[in-house]
Design a binder for this molecule. Sequence first.
Ligand code: PEP
Ligand code: MG
Length: 894
Amino acid sequence: MAKFVYRFSEGNKDLKDLLGGKGANLAEMNKIGLPVPPGFTITTEACRAYMRRGLVPPELRVEVTTAMRRMEDEMGRQLGNFHDPLLLSVRSGAKFSMPGMMDTVLNVGLNDASVQGLAEFSGDLRFAWDSYRRLIQMFGKTVLGIDGGLFAGALEEKKKEVRAESDVDLSADDLKDLVAEFKRIVRDQTGEDFPQHPRQQLDMAIEAVFDSWNTERARLYRRRERIPNDLGTAVNVQAMVFGNLGETSGTGVAFTRDPSTGHSGVYGDYLPNAQGEDVVAGIRNTLTLAELETLDAKSYDELMQAMRRLETHYRDLCDIEFTIERGKLWLLQTRVGKRTAGAAFRVATQLVDENLITMDEAISRVTGAQLSQLLFPQFDGQADRKLLTKAMGASPGAAVGEIVLDNAQALERSNAGANVILVRRETNPDDLQGMMVAAGVLTSRGGKTSHAAVVARGMGTTAVVGAEELDVEVAAQEVRVDGQVLRPGDVIALDGSTGEVFLGDVPVVDSPVMRYISAGLDAGLDGCETEAMRELVLAVDRILTHADRVRRMQVRANADTAEDGRRARERGAQGVGLCRTEHQFLGDRREYIEHLVLAEGEQAREAALAELLPLQRQDFVDLLEAMDGLPTTIRLIDPPLHEFLPDLTDLAVKVALARDKGEPAEREEKLLAAVHRMHEQNPMLGLRGVRLGLKVPGLFALQIRAIAEATVQLRQAGKDPRPEIMVPLVGSVRELQIVREEAEDILAEVGRAAGTVLDLPIGCMIELPRAALTAHRIAEEADFFSFGTNDLTQTTWGFSRDDVEGAFFADYLENGVLTISPFETLDADGVGALVVAGATGGRSTEPQLHLGVCGEHGGDPESIHFFHNAGLDYVSCSPFRVPIARLEAGRAAV
Ligand code: PEP
Ligand code: MG
């Protein structure tokens, strides 16, 4: 029988699947002797069982009883006790952090009797009643589903009535009144009294936390963060410690290093006389840890020691939540901290310099997604800018957009195609929808660890927080700052690194990391305005250099033109993995295809092809020259020819109009007939790729001749062109064999005429399931394979790659058939199995067979790891993604 409850002493940090991140790390902290309030974790397995059965498994209740009794014994206190009650916090904690998305209930165990006990134990009547009213408020909202506004409204009423400025001005009697009022709200809204029995409160709270896994906002967050829907959350039940027991108490969050710059040295926020969520919610402005040191040096020292200990133990930047209860420090949570992309690189290299990790580990601490964030443009410091205010840069980036003040506005304007900046006093989890569509988030309150900051960082969305000069008046639909009034629709610009907020649009320039990637280290360092920037460029250089050193797979680029090729080369591409030659038939070259299609008889067709030859040859000369010395895979034409012809409807209208007017339209009519003739119901499954090459005599031959002649021309100019000829959409070895024979004849002929040997590799794409399954045969005729995972995904799933996104992907993501588009990240189980079959089959015939991938997946981090494990020799991706692929290929190898 599954074990549903783990005491902290039974777990460890590696049990995240079962105990969630929070539970696993609480157990780990307990293990290394840090002060953690006693408690236990209910497993994600229990949550899954609950979701399956629709009710709490009875075994769970029994295990909770046992764990509770042990905890009571350990603490020498009892739940609901009249004199010295044990109170509990009940908190969610999934495998992957979902900040603020799920529920938490604090002060569980308080009732009309134990509130007296709490007053007695604390010697503070006000505190006891405040805790009780917090319980009813939180329990009412999250467990009983009562509109939180009712409680907040009653609280405001009370404050007005007694002329209290803030919550802390309410007296014990005021709070006692509020408790009565809150209980009345509960009774009115649910028809039942607020549950007095502590165990009933606990059971209901546990169930509510389970349920909060499936709230809309949690599902939304998971979809965005690609967290599977079926994991479930763990529940942590822990003895309460109080940060709101007067001025010697407080609560805070801290990082072992600055999470936004990566500088070593602790960083955090502290709020005296406050409980749990007050800091994260950004409700009051916080103190720094340095200020804590002057308030309570002993607790501060203990905190420093604990943080050093954690960083040494985890060998990484950690963040923690802590509470000081009357001078005693407690750690409530730790995890390897979220950080900005820039901080990730700097922290990784700093840890290497401190001999805490190796370079191999350092490259595994950063991701391709983080690197791509650093490549985004930045605001131009030289441009004319009007500064509105400067606050805390909480999540870097340069965001420009229209002001929106709530979710509805954010969705409406972004659906209309506008870039939006969500401006709020503070954000809470209900603002998630707006944050997800916003280019940037700006708040007037809260620190670097506020909800807005944490969530924006996690999503890679630009954020500036704590802009105190900003007055956000949602009711009046106004944002006032520095004597100006801004309204929804006004454009502002946020710099998430410097915390600056500008009025109007601000132009952007390449980031220093981008300059480094495309023009080298000196160029990258040259453009750095700050020391921090220089450090970042140096860190990226060290990490990428190491990734290049350790990776097994090469990185090539998909480049159709010399210009693309050069750009890819600058970014470290080691060749071209796919030149789509059809792009050379677009624009004003379309007319040559029309000549070909309309050609009647062999002579006319040959003439049409002859027109194309010099153009194609020049294309290849340019590309091969740009890629001199590097392998350059040129794919023969792939799409159906009618893609190059005018649109059927346009043409039909033209012909009809001409007929009406009695004008001659012979050419259009012929073209229309051809388009009709070539029309296919399923062109993606039709006359394309090698099929087209076999059907239209001379078409492939023309391209092969152009490649051969370009090679000769460049060799004669003393260059080192290295073309590889690739045949698309092969399904049978015979198809490749026919093309190969023709190609070898042409290469021999052109070579002979030029007095050279053209021994160019000839290979094919593997982009049909049949090709993957018969790869052992196809390898008899191929010098290399390149997996075309776009078509392979399309044909394996039977999804049309052009239509599927709009058609039903949203439903499939919602109901969990897919967690991400298989066109973005390789479907490892299905399409991946075919890649493995193709690789294995091919190499069983030809052990040295060169293998690559040129579908979009070649630039996707997760897929790159798959290709590494499948034994491919290279990935090929868009020039922009080349550095990302270099890094990920390195990460895959360590
Ligand atoms: C593929 O199918 O993966 C591929 C690279 O070819 P294309 O996208 O041009 O069809
Ligand atoms: Mg394809």
